[in-house]
Design a protein around this ligand. Structure first.
Ligand code: NAD
Length: 496
């Protein structure tokens, strides 16, 4: 295969202390829809450069932490306007490097800006110190910045999962070193650069690479908080790496999110059937909170499967991400494509029935790119790999269940607990939802369709530690500091 640099190939560089810094070696990112095309180049940041970026952030923190909230919010709002003005350019770059269709790339910017605006609107109230006069004296509770934040983001939502960290971290008075994923580094780096242009040098730094640079970010003593979104296996390395210096951490990790359809669910509700299909295959199934296993009450199972296939065949149109008709693009990278294929093959060998879904719009593009035709997997066992592992791709198992206790047990025995959804009559659905171990449970919708950035988002169990979004997602970048002025200065039980 001959790899060619496209005329529009972009080059991003590390951003350290307000300067673009070249590296001795570069990596390239190919277009997953057409892997012979190089979308752009990004540097391989050296250990020394990573240290330089962290030290720049530590130096900038000394003054940035003293700025008032009005200044921080004003700067962030200017950055939001610049991102909005550059939206089309960013969306095209994101779509080409990631493989997500244009509408979906716009959706990512939409979610990013919604959150950044929420964070700007809420920051002053979330961070305001609380002074309490009480019988025992006076207490001041303040939300102090933590220091240098290492923000490590994944490839599936590279912009949203970077800005979800950058905005609250900076608004709370911290400085940051961002490391995007090498599988989608370009658009995230561009957005970080746009934001950085509104802030003093050193407040935002960007480095590139993989585990090598990641290790420096997670062990360096100047880094006081890690904000990581990615796989559970990687998080285990990070926890170990950070243990020597006991860093504060927010970890947003993998999920195996279940969608549960109760007996009261109306299979003839076409809008709801479309919503579950979208919840399974948006971004080619590569979203942490996508519905990854579907459980349907046995009394409606056959009718559900029939209607599901009809709805999926209507909505899924597999094509070039730049084609306006495309709803499902390629998988982001070859490793992920092979992993998903392996899971489907394993299910087949164990006797499952695999049904292809949707229409291929451009067979040539499909054959050349990292495409997978979406599939439905029926007749698998509750503990097959395709049911218990996070597939993170365009395939979904649908299984029958007999009663609510059984499906609640199946839901809760997972090592994960990120999101879930329950579909059917609202009262019954909420009653089941209350029994599920998941950070968010949506009723009659799922995945990003039910995301509300005003409320905390995160996982139970091995899906993570801490919360992003909501007021919690701002305060997570602070240390609570109590200043006590007690009336009784000397305790009575301490002898003279
Ligand atoms: P990943 O864990 O492979 O990589 C994530 C980031 O960690 C990348 O930037 C990578 O370069 C970096 N990294 C790798 N090794 C490291 C190390 N030893 N130290 C420090 N950094 C290191 O994840 P991915 O494949 O990019 O993303 C997919 C995973 O992310 C899925 O499991 C998905 O569920 C999860 N995810 C979770 C959420 C959430 O909010 N819970 C959101 C999106 C994705």
């Amino acid at each position: 295969m001959t790899i060619q640099a496209n005329q529009e190939a972009v080059t991003v560089e590390a951003l350290i202390n307000g300067r673009n810094v070249k590296s001795l070696s570069q990596s390239s990112k190919e277009n997953p829809a057409n892997p012979t095309e190089i979308v752009g180049y990004f540097p391989v940041t050296t250990k020394e450069q990573a240290v330089e970026a962290i030290e720049a952030a530590a130096e900038a923190f000394k003054t940035w932490k003293k700025t008032d909230i009005e200044e921080r919010v004003t700067r962030m709002r200017k950055a939001i306007e610049k991102i909005r003005a550059a939206e089309n350019e960013i969306v095209h770059l994101l779509s080409r490097e990631h493989g997500k269709p244009l509408y979906d790339a716009h959706g990512e910017i939409y979610v990013s800006l919604m959150w950044m605006e929420f964070a700007c609107n809420e920051a002053a109230a979330a961070l305001e110190e609380q002074v309490t006069e009480h019988d025992h004296g006076k207490t001041i509770l303040s939300y102090d910045p933590i220091g240098v934040v290492a923000a490590i983001s994944p490839w599936n939502y590279p912009i949203a999962l970077s800005t979800i960290k950058i905005a609250p971290a900076l608004l709370a008075g911290n400085t940051i070193v961002l490391k995007p994923s090498p599988y989608a580094p370009l658009a995230a780096a561009k957005v970080a650069e746009i934001i950085a242009s509104e802030f003093p040098a050193g407040v935002i730094n960007v480095v590139h690479g993989d585990a090598d640079v990641g290790v420096e970010l997670t062990t360096n003593p100047h880094v006081t908080k890690i904000a990581f979104t990615g796989g559970t296996a990687t998080a285990k390395h990070i926890i170990r790496a950070a243990s020597d210096t006991i860093k504060d951490m927010t970890l947003e990790l993998g999920g195996n999110d279940a969608a549960i359809f109760l007996e009261s669910f109306d299979v003839n509700d076409e809008r709801a059937m479309r919503r579950i299909v979208v919840s399974n295959f948006l971004t080619t199934g590569q979203i942490c909170m996508i519905a990854k296993r579907v459980y349907v009450h046995r009394s409606i199972y056959d009718a559900f499967v029939e209607k599901y296939i009809e709805a999926a065949n209507r909505w899924i149109r597999i094509g070039d991400p730049f084609d306006a008709d495309t709803t499902v693009g390629p998988v982001n990278n070859l490793k992920q494509k092979e992993y998903v294929l392996g899971l489907v093959e394993d299910a087949k060998q164990r006797g499952a029935k695999v049904i292809s879904l949707g229409r291929i719009l451009d067979q040539k593009r499909f054959d050349e790119g990292y495409y997978l035709q979406p599939t439905l997997v029926l007749g698998c066992d509750a503990h097959d790999r395709i049911v218990v592992e996070e597939q993170f791709g365009p395939t979904v198992p649908i299984l029958p269940f007999d009663d609510e206790d059984q499906v609640i047990t199946l839901h809760n025995e997972s090592i994960y607990g990120l999101t879930s959804s329950v579909w059917g009559a609202e009262k019954e659905a909420i009653a089941v939802a209350r029994q599920l171990e998941a950070g968010t449970t949506m009723i009659n919708t799922a995945a990003v369709q039910g995301l509300d950035v005003r409320f905390p988002f995160g996982g139970f169990k091995q899906s993570g530690i801490g919360r992003e979004y909501g007021t919690e997602g701002i305060r997570t970048y602070t240390e609570q500091h109590v200043i006590n002025v007690p009336k009784m200065l000397d305790l009575p039980y301490i002898p003279e």
